[in-house]
Structures are given as structure tokens and as C-alpha cells.
Design a protein around this ligand. Sequence first.
Ligand SMILES: Nc1nc2c(ncn2[C@@H]2O[C@H](COP(=O)(O)OP(=O)(O)OP(=O)(O)O)[C@@H](O)[C@H]2O)c(=O)[nH]1
Ligand SMILES: [Mg+2]
Length: 374
Amino acid sequence: MFEHNLNKRFLLVGFFPKGFSDDRIMPHLEELDSLVKTYGGETVAVSIQRGFQPSRVTYVGSGKAQEIAEKVAAEKIEVVVLNDILKSGQLYTLEKIWQRGNLQIKVWDKVGLILHIFDLHADTAESKLQIKLASFRHMGPRIYGMGYVLSRQGGGIGTRGIGETNTEIMKRHWRNEIRLIKGKLAKIVKDHETHIGKRKKSGTLSVSLVGYTNSGKTSLYNALTGKNKLVEDKLFATLDSSLGRLYLPEINHPVLLSDTIGFISQLPPLLFDSFKSTLMESLNSDLILHVIDISDQYIDSKIKVVEDILRQDLKLENRRQINVFNKTDKVSLEIIKIFKNKYPEEKTCFVSSVKGQGLDILKQRITQELKELL
Ligand SMILES: Nc1nc2c(ncn2[C@@H]2O[C@H](COP(=O)(O)OP(=O)(O)OP(=O)(O)O)[C@@H](O)[C@H]2O)c(=O)[nH]1
Ligand SMILES: [Mg+2]
């Protein structure tokens, strides 16, 4: 749905509250930079502003916006990404300002960047529809290119002239399109529900993998099912859910393991909503395995992000769950000990999906949990 030109030169822009130390800013910029890398771009410059609140018109202050325009020209920037969710009017205004530095400049907010990444990775009808829906909602009728300009003209000359009529037509078109996409998605979800219903009746048990993006969910899925799904050192390598068979000698029922899209902090709500049906379907299981990258320097905040989404957004607070600390091959025994002491033993596992360590204990824990259900 988008045109992709990879290997672009990116400038990151962040607005943070006054008094925010560099230490608090860094994780946000690092994550944005990882997203840029995931998209295949290169961050060549960063611009930070601290203040009380972003401008309603230009997000950053107007002086800062000018300064960035100069940077765009000097550093030959092709895409500017803002580490936040902006209004389409703000994006439009900034694009106009920064075109002074590069006529072809693209201005994206965090949602725009993630949508472009999703679009690159989407390969089923369902995820393509979800991205289309999220893009339509995010960009509004502006998605047709002229919407915003026309509505401004209409208002500007004080008429209810042709501009406004066109905008109305576009708005209607846009609303219709959204309705159509939603209809198609609802049908796919219904088909899935029928499948799930059949599976439940036949006594099939289900286990789902959840976790922060890049924690190793797909690697663990491959290690447990013997499959060979794409694993990448990138955020959002996985967009679509997949199901594989898990063999547990002591359980006389078929057990299915599902792998799905990873979570991220400040996941734009609109994106979250668009993917919620896929997520719910995959997470509506008998047991959740929360996969955690034990070597991640921001491990505690990432655990919290996932737990909050599971409990608050998805209302899955009473599910059976095992915490699976992955990538143990990358850390010392001392680090493992810290987490061993922090989490209840029977609900926790330490594995290396790549080295195949700890998988037997994990299977025992899964067996134990599922047995209690039978
Ligand atoms: N050293 C080490 N690396 C691992 C381990 N498990 C996964 N990785 C690496 O971590 C990166 C991410 O792995 P994935 O399995 O794609 O992670 P994911 O959680 O499915 O990621 P998304 O689908 O992008 O959300 C890859 O480079 C893997 O090779 C592990 O046990 N040890
Ligand atoms: Mg994955």
C-alpha cells in the first residue's frame, strides 16, 4: 500500500518534558533508531527539544522547526521521523517547512514509521487489511493526497465552494472504504472463530507466545515445534500469527503453539486496535508463555509494557502464564540468579532458544500447567 524506498537518510526528532535527563531520553531514541534500522534506513542526525508541551501547529517550536529545515538541507535528509503521535495537520505544516531543505522530504510520526515497517512485512490478506485500516484511520481523508489542501482552500477564501464539496466527497469515500475493510476483516475473524470452536470441541489445547518485539518468540516457536520460521534481529519480524504442533509425551491431546506479533512501548493505540483481533485470537489460549530477553538492558520496563498490555488492554489477567527468560547464553549466571530469586520457580523458566538449553524444563512446566486443566 505504500511506495518503499529503502536505504534512506533519516533525522529523528524528539520532544521531551523540561527536566528530562539524557538517561531518560536515550531509550526512546534508541528504540526509534531500531525501528528506522528495521525499515532499512539509516539515522544520520537527531534533534531534541525540551519544553512544557508541543506546539499545536508545528509540534516543535517554530525556531526549532527552522533549525531542522537547515539540518535537512545540510545532512541531505530524506525522511524526518517524530518520536510521537502527531495530528495530520501538524505533519502537513512541518512537511511544508522542511521542504525548504529538501523538496522531496517525507515527514512521519511514530505511527507512520511503524505502518511502513508493517507494510513491508505483511504477507497475508489479514495483516494487509489491518495495515490498510490503520493507515486510513491515521491519515484520514488526507490519504487521497489532496484532502487537506482542498479543505484549507475552502475555508481560506470564506466560501462553500468547490474545495469543500470535494472534501465532502473524499470524506464519504474514505468512510466507505473503512467500512469495506472492516467488513472484510470481520469475515476473516469469523472464519478463525469457527476454526477455534472446532478445535476446542476436538479437545485441542493451545499455548501462545507473547512478548516484547525481538525477545525471541519466533526462535522459541521454531525450537519447540521444529519449524523454520523467519527469525531476524529486527523489530516486528513477525506480523502474522502462525500455529505449530507441540509434542508433549504426557498429554494425550493435540497441543498447538501460536506465535504472533510482538509488543512495543507506546504502541500507538490506533495500531493496537487494528491488530487487536489477531492478537486476541492468538492469545485466547489455555496458557501464555511470556518470552523475555534476559540480556536486554531495559528488561524491567519491557516486562512491564507487556504485562500492562496483557492485563489492562487485553483483559487477560487471570490466564495461566509462564515467564520464559530467553537468550540465557548471552548473560552470566549471576544475572540468571537475580531473576530466579525474583520470580516464583514453578512459573518461570530460563532458556536459550538458539542453543536449545532449558527447553526440557520448559516443556515440563507447560505439561504441568496443562495437566491441571484436564
Ligand atoms: N543469543 C541468542 N539470540 C537469540 C536467542 N533467541 C533469539 N535470538 C535472536 O534474537 C533476535 C530476534 O529473534 P526472533 O525470534 O525473531 O524474535 P521475535 O520475538 O519473534 O521478534 P519479532 O517477531 O520481530 O517481534 C534474532 O536475531 C535471534 O537470532 C537466544 O536464545 N540466544
Ligand atoms: Mg517473531
